[in-house]
Write a protein that binds this ligand. Structure first.
Ligand code: NAP
Length: 306
């Protein structure tokens, strides 16, 4: 049987929704699990719930608002100082914003949470991940991951519709993840992307009708009625399967630069992600917004799984 005993796992957005179910699955495999959420009260109750439910006492939480770069840096420092090891990082937390708003760093909120936070957190935790290798990074995508990436509108600079922008940030996250995988080939740290599938969670319950594209707005009331019926109940547990699988499955040791669907099956990357120009542009955009020192990385040529 798979065991993660002796392994330390960090799950962002682990205090609720799909992330909490991912954390619960990994706790059942005896990992030390560290959850990340913004609120100490919610974090404490998630820790207690998972401890009670799994019998694993080695569950803890750290708080950070991942839309803030200073919180991302503090989180990476706290994890490193407290645990000194990290075998799995699940960048699960994601945000859909109803309106275009800028964070204190001057970055659009959804882009900050969905792209910049995983970029910076992975980079800042790389020393501890490499020291703990073999280690895995799992990035959670979402939306409808197809179509072109509009590099000039990734932060809604030209136009903003919440769900369309969310979709763009998830494509950008995938391109950034692919670029990470290229740079980390051969380091003992693997990077893969999971699509979870739908679940009725706080993310979609809180959406305003103006967050949907104009053509979909007339059917939003119906969608809101159907959502709990179609994606309530166990859907949230099922949606944690692909990321938990990438995080823990022994057969996937060494699997790198792969995108898996909600059942954990390797899937072709979207064309826009396979386009190297997008990967380079998004990597540079992230570096500009959250300066990282990637000069020491191996940067070895990495064969595409396209
Ligand atoms: N739900 C779906 O149908 C669906 C479909 C495809 C992909 N996804 C993806 O799956 C992932 C999880 O989605 P979900 O539906 O579980 O979302 P969710 O219910 O909104 O997730 C809640 C979790 O995210 C944390 N969180 C939210 N904003 C945060 C921030 N700014 N900083 C730190 N933590 C934050 C919450 O922490 P607090 O305790 O602080 O609230 C909580 O732990 C996301 O990446 C999403 O894009 C979801």
């Amino acid at each position: 049987m798979t065991t993660l005993h002796g392994r330390t796992v960090l799950v962002t957005g682990g205090t609720g929704g799909i992330g909490k179910e991912t954390a619960r699955r990994l706790a059942r495999l005896a990992a030390r699990v560290v959850l990340v959420g913004r609120d100490l009260g919610r974090a404490r109750s998630a820790v207690e719930e998972i401890r009670r439910d799994t019998g694993n006492g080695d569950i803890a939480a750290l708080t950070a608002d991942l839309t803030r770069q200073r919180d991302v840096r503090r989180l990476a420092g706290e994890l490193t100082d407290r645990y000194g090891a990290l075998h799995v990082l699940v960048n699960n937390a994601g945000v859909v914003a109803n309106r275009r708003e800028l964070t204190e760093d001057g970055v659009e909120t959804a882009f900050a949470a969905n792209v910049l936070a995983p970029f910076a957190l992975t980079h800042l935790l790389l020393p501890v991940l490499r020291a703990s290798a073999p280690a895995r990074v799992v990035n959670v995508t979402g939306g409808i991951p197809r179509g072109r990436i509009d590099l000039d509108n990734l932060q809604g600079e030209k136009s903003y519709v919440g769900l369309s922008s969310y979709n763009q940030t998830k494509l950008a996250l995938m391109a950034m993840s692919y670029a990470f995988a290229e740079r980390l080939a051969g380091t003992g740290v693997t990077v893969n992307v999971a699509y979870p599938g739908h679940a009725c969670t706080s993310m979609n319950k809180g959406l305003a009708s103006t967050t949907y594209p104009v053509l979909a707005r007339p059917v939003v009331p119906l969608l809101k009625l159907l959502m709990p019926v179609l994606y309530g109940g166990r859907a949230v547990v099922d949606a944690s399967r692909s990321s938990a699988h990438l995080a823990s499955s022994p057969e996937l040791a060494g699997m790198h630069g792969t995108y898996v669907d909600s059942r954990g099956r390797p899937t072709r990357w979207p064309a826009s992600v396979r386009d190297e120009r997008n990967r380079v542009a998004i990597w540079e955009m992230c570096r500009r917004l959250s300066p990282v020192d990637d000069a020491r990385w191996p940067g070895r040529e990495w064969g595409s799984t396209g």
